[in-house]
Design a protein around this ligand. Structure first.
Ligand code: FAD
Length: 502
């Protein structure tokens, strides 16, 4: 049997690969996406989980990036309202920080540079205030309010892959591209099944290198292509601590080195604190947070908190590496966060498009941009479409409406649990629950209360969302792992492993 010939083979199942797969499949291309591990197993689940313009990028004169990101924030709130939510930010201010006039100018630009915005504009708030000074030292008498949004980054990635599949794309996880060459009028690609350690060949008319931090490895080692661009690896880490205050807003705090650190409400009971900027030579150097980074983040927030936190409060942490386009900046915080696309071909055919940099926030625009670059190679490809079609599960008026519908159909399921499911799956909650009416219809249960994980959801993640390993489900399709103790996590992991073997 001859190998299938794809229009486009996309290497990398992070947000950029999955976003391009969705867009390209919806334009009529025959798409294959391969991911060596799990979808969003790398940078796309290591982010600060913000859909934001990036207030601080204004200082670096990255006006184009901020404009695009703020415009995109509006689109994302519309197409994925189940997993992207407005988030109020407070920037506490005192005389040791950037001058107030500078902050005001920055916020004025932030309110206007992206055009019409639906979120509340910025303003000054005086402290103490019943809401916005929660948890802060009494000496802080003033702050600034502005709006941004938060996202479940791993789910955003997976939902792009689900949408890509709905539009005809083939998605293969745990499949690594190990070699590729242009031969006999096609790209010949060798793919390795990482579990079975077996290789197979496919052909494609074009390749997208969306390997994130591995973008150069892919070029140098697998594709053997010289490219005049390099990637700078900048590690960023986060810590998770018990909720610092019970209000809904986030803080953006200026540390003594002038860098800013976010404190973001996370998974109801927790606060997410990040991030750091540390240049690293190798991806493996960013495997976990270092003690210095933890100390740095704790110190950053303790400058502002009435009740200081300490390193023993950390319940979870993660570290990742930003694959930034090397623009020559010496300071890792100042390297551009914008993306750069490079296309190379052979005699006007068989394109290879490589992605350097990017943000979760702008992935959809990056995908449109990538397909614009590829248009000449696929003249019959149709136009841009992803701004107007909701991502899977996002075709809802509100999460409350999803919960109300679910309560009617599944009267025996607690409302808090249904809320949790709805915030992960949106309108797909119904697909997941099927005919279940009570908890006993959900199979084996792990964890407790609203945050429990059911066998039914495990099956859904495995059958509909390519989950294969315990971490895929406990930490990426859901964050249930955070709400379990070590023994509960182990029981769930063993259960998932047994399902994989069955
Ligand atoms: C600390 C930190 C905080 C951030 N915060 C934000 C934020 O709040 N908001 C925001 O918008 N952005 C943020 N970002 C940026 C954002 O996370 C990244 O730009 C984005 O996730 C990059 O996605 P990607 O698809 O390019 O890379 P990745 O998500 O890393 O995906 C690349 C994938 O390619 C796969 N791969 C590599 N080689 C192969 C191969 N040979 N075969 C098959 N698969 C392969 C990898 O396994 C990986 O899954 C942050 C980044 C970091 C590190």
């Amino acid at each position: 049997m001859s190998e299938p010939v794809y229009d486009l083979a996309i290497i990398g199942g992070g947000i950029n690969g999955c976003g391009i797969a969705r867009d390209a499949a919806g334009r009529g291309l025959k798409v294959l996406l391969v991911e060596q591990d799990d979808l969003a197993s790398a940078t796309s689940s290591w982010s600060s989980k913000l859909i934001h313009g990036g207030l601080r990028y204004l200082e670096q004169s990255e006006f184009g990036l901020v404009r695009e990101a703020l415009q995109e924030r509006e689109v994302m709130l519309r197409i994925a309202p189940h997993i992207i939510h407005p988030l109020e930010f407070i920037l506490p201010h005192d005389k040791h920080m950037r001058p107030a006039w500078m902050v005001r100018v920055g916020l004025f630009m932030y309110d206007h540079i992206g055009g019409k915005i639906s979120l509340p504009g910025s303003r000054t708030v005086m402290f103490p205030d019943d809401t916005y000074s929660a948890g802060l030292k009494a000496a802080i008498r003033r702050g600034f309010f502005y709006s941004d949004a938060r996202v479940d980054d791993a789910r955003l990635t997976v939902l792009n892959a689900v949408s890509a599949r709905e539009h005809g794309a083939e998605i293969r996880v745990r499949t690594r591209l190990v070699a590729g060459t242009r031969k006999n009028g096609a790209w010949e690609l060798t793919l390795r099944d990482v579990d079975r350690q077996t290789d197979s060949q496919v052909k494609a008319r074009g390749v997208v290198n969306a390997a994130g931090p591995w973008v150069k490895h892919l070029l140098d080692d697998a594709l053997n292509v010289q490219m005049n661009a390099t990637v700078r690896l900048v590690k960023g880490s986060h810590i998770v601590v018990p909720r610092i205050h019970d209000k809904g807003h986030a803080y953006i705090l200026q540390h003594s080195d002038k860098r800013v650190v976010f404190v973001i409400p996370f998974e109801e009971k927790f606060s997410l604190i990040g991030t750091t900027d540390v240049s690293v030579e190798r991806i493996d150097d960013a495997a976990e947070i270092s003690p210095e980074e933890t100390r740095y983040l704790v110190q950053a927030v303790n400058r502002f908190l009435a009740k200081p936190i300490n390193e023993a409060d950390v319940v979870w942490s993660y570290a990742g590496v930003r694959p930034l386009y090397d623009d020559g900046s010496a300071n890792p915080s100042e390297i551009t966060r914008d993306y750069v696309l490079k296309v190379a071909d052979e005699g006007g055919k068989l394109p290879l498009l490589s992605i350097f940099g990017g943000k979760i926030t702008t992935y959809r625009r990056l995908a449109e941009h990538a397909l614009r670059e590829l248009q000449a190679y696929y003249p019959s490809m149709s136009g841009a479409w992803t701004a107007s079609e909701a991502l899977p599960g996002g075709d809802i008026d509100s999460l409350d409406e999803v919960v109300r519908t679910a309560m009617k159909k599944h009267p025996g399921l607690p409302i808090d649990y249904l809320r949790r499911l709805a915030s992960r799956h949106g309108s797909r909650t119904e697909l997941l629950l099927g005919g279940s009416r009570s908890m006993s219809d959900l199979g084996e249960l792990f964890g407790a209360g609203a945050t429990l994980l059911s066998e039914r959801e495990i099956d859904f993640c495995m059958n509909e969302e390519w989950a294969r390993m315990p971490d895929d489900i406990l930490w990426r399709r859901t964050k249930c792992g955070l709400h379990m103790d070590a023994a509960e996590r182990e029981r769930a992991a063993n259960f998932i492993r047994a399902k994989v073997k069955a």
